[in-house]
Design a protein around this ligand. Structure first.
Ligand SMILES: Cc1cc2nc3c(=O)[nH]c(=O)nc-3n(C[C@H](O)[C@H](O)[C@H](O)COP(=O)(O)OP(=O)(O)OC[C@H]3O[C@@H](n4cnc5c(N)ncnc54)[C@H](O)[C@@H]3O)c2cc1C
Length: 475
C-alpha cells in the first residue's frame, strides 16, 4: 500500500505502527469498543500532522485522532474495517511557552494533563482542569471532548480554559489560531467550533491555556447527608457562604462508596458507612474551598458554613481535613469510584446534566422507576453536583452476570434515564461527549434543525468526511 510507504518515509518506520503494535490503540479505556486500524501514525510536529492528513486525503483513508485514549464514548477507537488510520498526538508533548504576565501557557496537543498542571505550578500558577484520568489524558483530547472534571464549578470546562488553538484542517492546512486574547470579537469563533468536536472537524495540535493564581489555602471536608435534596440544599448554602472560594462540590451515594470499600479496602472512608444499611443513602459530599487570603480567613468561612449546615439539619456528620495527605485521601476516594465500578464489572453508564433545581425530584422519581424496571440492580450515583452533572449508573446485582445484564438491559435503561433527563430539560451527555457510544442518542434527542445545522458545519469543515467518520453524527 502506497500510503504506508509514504508514511514510513515521512515519519520514519519507528513512528508508524502496524499489525499487533497497533493493539493498545485499537481498544477504548472501558473495553467497550475494539477496532482494527490500518496503522498508527505518530507525527512529532504540526507540519508532519498536516502532511499525514494530505497523504490520507489523497488516498481516501479516514483518520481517527487519538490523545491519551481515556475517552469514555469510543471516540478515539477506529471501526473494524482495518482501513482507518489512527493519528496519535502522543509525540507532540512539548510545553512551547509560558507567559506569566498574560497568565497563559502554550501546550502541544499530546501533553498529558498532569504535565500541564506541573508546568503551571513551576511558574507559581494554577491550571484548574482536573479529572481522574489526568495522568494519561492529553490536553488535545481534553479540548476535543470539552472535558469537565472537578474544577468546573469555579473555573468552567476545558472550553473556558482555552484562549486559542492551532489546528490542522481536513485538507491538511494549518490554522494558526494561537491567540492569547481574553477579548476578540472578530467574527465566528472557530476555536469554539473545534472545542468539543471530538476530532470530527480538525486535528488540534496546540492550545493557549489560561492560568490562575495559586490558592493560599485549601479546605476540604467530607460530610454525610441523608438525602439528595439535602445535598442540593447544602450546595445552595455553600455557594451563599463561600462565594467564589467554593471550588469543589462532589457527591457520592452509599452504593458508590460500597464499591470503593469492596475493591479498594485500603481506602478507609473518612466517615464509615453503617454496615447494616443498604440502598442509596446516605450521600457523602466532598466540599472544597480555595482561598487566596489564607490563614484564619478560609478556616473561619468554612467553619461557619459547616455550623450553619448542622443547624439547618442538612448534614449529620463531617470530617474536615487537617493535612495535605488527608485532603488527597478524600479526593482519592472520590476519584477511585470509576475504577471500583470497572472492577465490579460492566455496568450501564449515564453522564447526565440537569438544572440543579430539578435534581432531587429527578433522582427520587427515576431511581424508583429503575427499581421497578430492573429489580435488584444497584444505582451508583456520584458526580459533580455543583455543575448539575451526575454519573447515574446502574450496576448488576452482586453475583449476577454483569456482561449479560449490560447486553440485555442497556437500551431500555438508557431510554428510561435519558427520556427522564430530556423531559426535564437536561442533557444525555454532560462531559464525556458523544463519540460512537451516544451517536444514536444525539440523533434521538436533538431537534431536526439542530442536527441539520451540525451536519452543515461538518460538511463545511470536512466535505469528504475524512476526519473521525461516524463519530458524533452517525451516517
Ligand atoms: C478514570 C477516568 C475518569 C474520567 N473523568 C472524567 C471527568 O471527570 N470529566 C471528563 O470530562 N472526562 C472524564 N474522563 C474522560 C476522559 O478522560 C476525557 O474525555 C479526556 O478529555 C479525553 O482525553 P484523551 O486525551 O484521553 O482523549 P482520547 O480518548 O484519545 O480522545 C477522545 C476524543 O477526542 C478526539 N481527540 C483526541 N485528541 C485530539 C486532537 N488532538 N485533536 C482532535 N481530536 C482529538 C478523539 O478522536 C476522540 O474523539 C475520565 C476518563 C477516565 C478513564
Amino acid at each position: 500500500m502506497y500510503l504506508l510507504e509514504d508514511l514510513f518515509q515521512l515519519l520514519g518506520k519507528g513512528n508508524v505502527l502496524t499489525g499487533d503494535d497497533c493493539a493498545p490503540f485499537e481498544q477504548d479505556w472501558r473495553k467497550r469498543f475494539l477496532g482494527k486500524a490500518l496503522a498508527v501514525a505518530r507525527p512529532g510536529t504540526t507540519e508532519e500532522v498536516a502532511a499525514v492528513v494530505k497523504l490520507c486525503a489523497a488516498a481516501s483513508v479516514s483518520i481517527v485522532p487519538q490523545g491519551g485514549n481515556t475517552g469514555l464514548c469510543g471516540g478515539a477507537t477506529p471501526n473494524t474495517s482495518g482501513k482507518q488510520l489512527i493519528l496519535s498526538l502522543s509525540r507532540m508533548n512539548r510545553i512551547r511557552s509560558i507567559d506569566t504576565a498574560n497568565d497563559t501557557l502554550i501546550a502541544e496537543a499530546g501533553c498529558v494533563l498532569q504535565t500541564v498542571q506541573a508546568a503551571a505550578e513551576q511558574a507559581q500558577r494554577y491550571f484548574p482542569l482536573s479529572l481522574a484520568a489526568e495522568g494519561s489524558c492529553s490536553i488535545g483530547g481534553n479540548l476535543a471532548t470539552n472535558a469537565g472534571g472537578t474544577g468546573v464549578l469555579r473555573y468552567g470546562n476545558a472550553r473556558e480554559l482555552c484562549l486559542g488553538l492551532e489546528v490542522v484542517t481536513a485538507d491538511g492546512e494549518i490554522w494558526h489560531g494561537l491567540r492569547g486574547l481574553r477579548k476578540d470579537n472578530t467574527g465566528y469563533d472557530l476555536r469554539d467550533l473545534f472545542i468539543g468536536s471530538e476530532g470530527t472537524l480538525g486535528i488540534i495540535t496546540a492550545a493557549v491555556l489560561k492560568l490562575y493564581p495559586e490558592a493560599a489555602e485549601r479546605n476540604t471536608s467530607w460530610v454525610t447527608t441523608n438525602s439528595i435534596a439535602n445535598c442540593v440544599a447544602l450546595l445552595a448554602l455553600a455557594k451563599q457562604r463561600l462565594g467564589p472560594t467554593l471550588t469543589g462540590f462532589e457527591i457520592m451515594n452509599a452504593n458508590a462508596l460500597r464499591l470503593v470499600q469492596a475493591h479498594m479496602p485500603q481506602l478507609t472512608l473518612p466517615i464509615a458507612l453503617d454496615a447494616k444499611q443498604a440502598g442509596n443513602e446516605p450521600y457523602a459530599v466532598l466540599l472544597e474551598c480555595s482561598d487566596h487570603e489564607g490563614g484564619a480567613h478560609a478556616q473561619t468561612l468554612f467553619q461557619s458554613l459547616l455550623e450553619a449546615a448542622f443547624e439547618q439539619g442538612l448534614v449529620h456528620d463531617a470530617a474536615v481535613s487537617t493535612s495535605m495527605q488527608q485532603r488527597a485521601h478524600m479526593w482519592h476516594i472520590r476519584e477511585s469510584i470509576p475504577l471500583a465500578q470497572a472492577q465490579e464489572g460492566l455496568n450501564i453508564k449515564h453522564d447526565i446534566s440537569l438544572p440543579i433545581s430539578a435534581i432531587p425530584e429527578f433522582v427520587e422519581t427515576t431511581s424508583q422507576a429503575l427499581g421497578v424496571a430492573f429489580p435488584g440492580a444497584q444505582l451508583v450515583n456520584f458526580g459533580h453536583l455543583g455543575d448539575g452533572n451526575l454519573h447515574f449508573n446502574l450496576q448488576a446485582a452482586r453475583g449476577a452476570n454483569a456482561a449479560e445484564f449490560l447486553a440485555s438491559n442497556q437500551a431500555r435503561c438508557n431510554s428510561l434515564v435519558h427520556d427522564a433527563v430530556h423531559f426535564r430539560g437536561g442533557s444525555f451527555s454532560a462531559e464525556h461527549g458523544v463519540g460512537q457510544l451516544k451517536a444514536s442518542e444525539l440523533a434521538r434527542y436533538k431537534s431536526p434543525l439542530e442536527l441539520a445545522l451540525m451536519q452543515r458545519v461538518k460538511t463545511a469543515f470536512d466535505p469528504t468526511n475524512l476526519l473521525n467518520p461516524d463519530k458524533v453524527l452517525s451516517a
